[in-house]
Design a protein around this ligand. Structure first.
Ligand code: AMP
Ligand code: MG
Length: 388
């Protein structure tokens, strides 16, 4: 059994040349951008009006200003503003020559072709050329694209972006006791929750799930399903059959199919039987069958691989908060992931009976890490939690 840090290191040390592709911005949400983005232009590209109003020279304190031009957004001003004159200007329009200030429209009356201020204008109301950004500035680092990033890239004039290819991830759920939702349960059977849980996790990680359904605990059936999934997917995930029971065929069947085991059994709770392997440029995880174990090992390990393929470190969003009641354990050999509720600045451990207690996760919105070697977190202690 290896420590979690060692397992992470093995995943992150995998060398692979993962392909990229160019996608239109409309299809880029959630994709992993592989290069940083540098601005090709100044923003704004010209000094522009931040308000509707009257553009004047800030040194000109006339009591009224003759309106010499009306400038809308997108227009090119043709007149230069001099003492006693102004151009009426709309928000977003280019500032005319000679002007460096706008008296907002609410602060002046308009009479006989003149703007007559009635209230002092304290602000300049002009956005200087390149005030927001200069050509050549680095604007975005590589990483997963959120909606705001799409706006930023569009503002720089790029119609498309280079992203890493979405991995196709196969899901095989092993277990002769499994039935799919919608089917009738016979004695001794349970519903297959891992299959759909994993396809949902894959989709929410921005990858393409390929679902192979239930594989009964039979060596040949498993071997055929594994061979098919290896040929069609970049990463193959199996749930169940990876520990030490008589019918736990996953480790040996994977090796028979040419996969090299990179680690098997990790000092984590839940999820100890976890297996990770590789065949050429394809990867496989054998995730333990208990549904909370499957969930947790995906979040911690599979996501790390998914990001690593694109050359990134997976850094889950971490919340810090004060523990609402103490958490104590006897065995400290493993790093534990414990479901919690993040509420305000508090972290509340939930009632959780173990890795088969999937419905306990209904309440949870976070997972607290208890590192190996730690036996107790005190009430009121600051702990860090990843959101789920
Ligand atoms: P295993 O890892 O195959 O020994 O399974 C561990 C436990 O998880 C057993 O109680 C299984 O019945 C249960 N389990 C395995 N696969 C699934 C699944 N796909 N959905 C729900 N529970 C499962
Ligand atoms: Mg099983």
């Amino acid at each position: 059994m290896i420590k979690i840090d060692k397992a992470m290191e093995i995943i992150k040390s995998q060398q692979i040349n993962w392909p990229t592709e160019r996608v239109q911005l409309i299809d880029a949400l959630g994709r992993i951008m592989v290069n940083g983005i540098t601005s090709p232009l100044d923003s704004p590209p010209f000094a522009k009006a931040a308000m509707d109003g009257y553009a004047i020279n800030s040194t000109d304190n006339s009591i009224k200003y003759q309106i010499i031009e009306i400038i809308g957004a997108g227009d090119n001003p043709s007149k230069t503003v001099i003492g006693g004159t102004c151009s009426k200007i709309m928000t977003g329009a280019m500032m005319p020559g000679g002007a460096d200030k706008i008296i907002r429209v609410e602060f002046a009356d308009e009479r006989d072709g003149y703007a007559v201020p009635h209230t002092p204008e304290p602000a300049g109301n002009v956005i200087a050329k390149a005030e927001n950004l200069e050509a050549g500035d680095l604007v975005l680092n590589p990483g997963r694209l959120a909606a705001k990033d799409i706006g930023i890239i569009a503002s720089l004039g790029f119609p498309e972006v280079e992203v890493s290819k979405r991995p196709v991830i196969g899901v095989l759920t092993t277990g002769s006791e499994l039935k799919n939702p919608g089917e009738k349960l016979e004695s001794g059977q349970i519903y297959n929750s891992n299959g759909l849980q994993m396809t949902a996790q894959i989709a929410s990680a921005g990858c393409i799930p390929k679902y192979y359904g239930i594989i009964v605990d039979d060596r040949n059936a498993l071997s055929n399903a594994v061979a098919k999934a290896f040929s069609e997917c970049d990463i193959v995930l199996l749930s169940g059959g990876v520990s030490k029971g008589d019918y736990d065929y996953v480790p040996e069947v994977l090796e028979e199919n040419g996969m090299q085991t990179l680690f098997h059994r990790v000092a984590i709770k839940p999820g100890r039987p976890l297996l990770f392997g590789r065949k050429d440029d394809k990867f496989v995880f054998g995730l333990p069958g208990n549904p909370v174990s499957t969930f947790v090992t995906f979040e911690v390990f599979v996501k790390t691989l998914i990001y690593h393929l694109s050359g990134l470190d997976y850094n889950p969003t971490l919340y810090k908060g004060k523990l609402s009641k103490k958490v104590k354990r006897r065995d400290t050999e493993r790093t534990e992931f414990y479901p919690v509720i993040i509420r305000g600045g508090n972290i509340e451990p939930i009632k959780y009976l173990g890795s088969s207690h999937l419905n306990a996760m209904a309440e949870a919105n976070g997972m607290m890490t208890i590192p190996n070697g730690i036996a107790e977190f005190k009430e009121g202690e600051t702990v860090s939690v990843r959101s789920i």
